[in-house]
Design a binder for this molecule. Structure first.
Ligand code: EZ4
Ligand code: CO
Length: 403
């Protein structure tokens, strides 16, 4: 099974996606997602200009060897652009191998470990009352796990609060929009939010919250402590994780479970966090952490330390990644939860897929491969539009802050 053709597509059906399609001499096609939000064209170029020339003629069955070839062979290791490009190739190769075997991908990964993949949805509201309403709406739709984010009185724009209820999209402008931030207001507001939400949903719904890297370690420790009575499933990205030791400080103060890693791209980014059991869930994903081949390695390492998976799954992760992540989530022993933000109808039409939502779970379906397709003709109707993630500034003096 030799690779005979490799093409990169950049399209914008509601938001930008970069897609890699491989073709083999036996007429099979494999698809990989290469989307890196706000930096899409860098990955497209990395693939087109530097990776694809090395792929033509290679044996598509040699997934691990191709991974090593692209990772070690480049000499310049790691980084989001490189690892997203490697992930696209890796997922396309797993898709091809599963199609050659005429099996759904999860069968090649060892078969199902569970009946479905528990997902959490995003409820976000302008204020406390609106957020409670949104959480109840998600409960009504069948979700068993719900992330809650709320606007904060006195702040203009805050992470996780959107105009469109089901399709939250942070990369919303042709130049970065500006959000403002006030740690004191946030730390006072958020425990009130979860007091209201917990009271409204009862004890059985899992509640999650994303801090989005905005706190210092000691502030995060304070928030974790204040949220303890409401028994969160997790507190996500409480502080930036370049300094992995920061999590030890948070850990010393709170039993609120911690999740981190949506921006990680290799096992090295999470090594200390995992081996010192400073976190509970690792959020690295198929698309930004080197594909299924590398994510599996991270998950196995995490399993040794009782850390479970909690893969990123926002709208900038294309349906191709969602499909691959669901096969992975069905088969990985130490699965925790999968994030699931619904894509728009335009996106779903460009990427027809076999996965389905029912009763709070997603299932990847029984189609061969990863079960996600790409409609090239329809995609061509949605050309790339430059779009950036926002920047965040302290409200009182404009200092640039973490986003
Ligand atoms: O900001 O996917 O948990 N989800 C998130 C997302 C991320 C975006 C970045 O591209 O934090 O909303
Ligand atoms: Co997040």
């Amino acid at each position: 099974m030799k690779i005979t053709e490799a093409e990169v597509f950049v399209c914008c059906p509601g938001r930008n996606f970069v897609t890699l399609r491989l073709r083999t001499d036996d007429g099979l096609t494999g698809l990989g997602d290469a989307t890196l939000n706000g930096r899409e064209l860098a990955v497209a170029s990395y693939l087109k200009d530097h990776v694809i020339p090395c792929l033509i003629g290679r044996d598509a069955h040699r997934i691990e060897d191709t991974w090593q070839y692209l990772y070690r062979g480049a000499y310049w290791r790691r980084g989001p652009v490189t690892m997203t490009a490697i992930a696209a190739v890796d997922v396309a190769l797993w898709d091809l191998k599963a199609k050659a075997a005429r099996m759904p991908l999860y069968q090649l990964l060892g078969g199902a470990c569970r009946s479905g993949v528990l997902v959490y949805g995003h409820a976000n509201g302008r204020d406390l009352a609106h957020t409670v309403e949104e959480v109840l709406r998600y409960k009504e739709m069948g979700y068993r796990a719900i992330r809650a984010q709320s606007g904060i009185p006195g702040l203009n724009k805050v992470y996780g609060v959107s105009k469109d209820a089901l399709f939250y999209e942070p990369a919303d402008a042709a130049l970065p929009s500006e959000h403002d931030w006030d740690t004191g207001k946030y730390l006072r507001h958020t425990p009130q939010l979860f007091a209201r939400v917990r009271e409204a949903v009862g004890p059985d719904i899992h509640l999650l919250h994303d801090v989005h890297h905005r706190l210092t370690p000691i502030e995060a420790a304070r928030l974790g402590k204040d949220l303890e009575p409401f028994r969160l499933f997790w507190m996500e990205d409480p502080t930036p994780a370049e300094n992995q030791d920061a999590f030890r400080l948070i850990r010393q103060h709170t039993v609120t479970p911690l999740a981190v890693g949506e921006v990680f791209n290799t096992i090295w980014d999470c090594k200390r966090l995992i081996e010192e059991q400073l976190i509970d869930y690792i959020r690295a994903t198929v698309v930004h952490a080197g594909g299924i081949t590398h994510l599996r390695r991270i998950a196995d390492f995490a399993a040794l330390h009782q850390v479970r998976t909690g893969c990123h799954g926002a709208t900038d992760l294309s349906p191709v990644t969602m499909g691959a992540a669901l096969h992975f989530g069905l088969a990985v022993p130490n699965f925790g939860i999968q994030e699931y933000m619904r894509h728009t109808e335009e996106t779903d039409a460009v990427f027809p897929h076999a996965y389905r939502f029912a009763d709070g779970f997603l299932h990847p379906g029984e189609a061969i491969g990863h079960g996600v397709d790409f409609d090239e003709t329809l995609a061509a109707k949605y050309p790339y539009r430059r779009a950036y993630l926002p920047v965040n500034r302290l409200a009182h003096d404009g200092t640039l802050w973490d986003w």
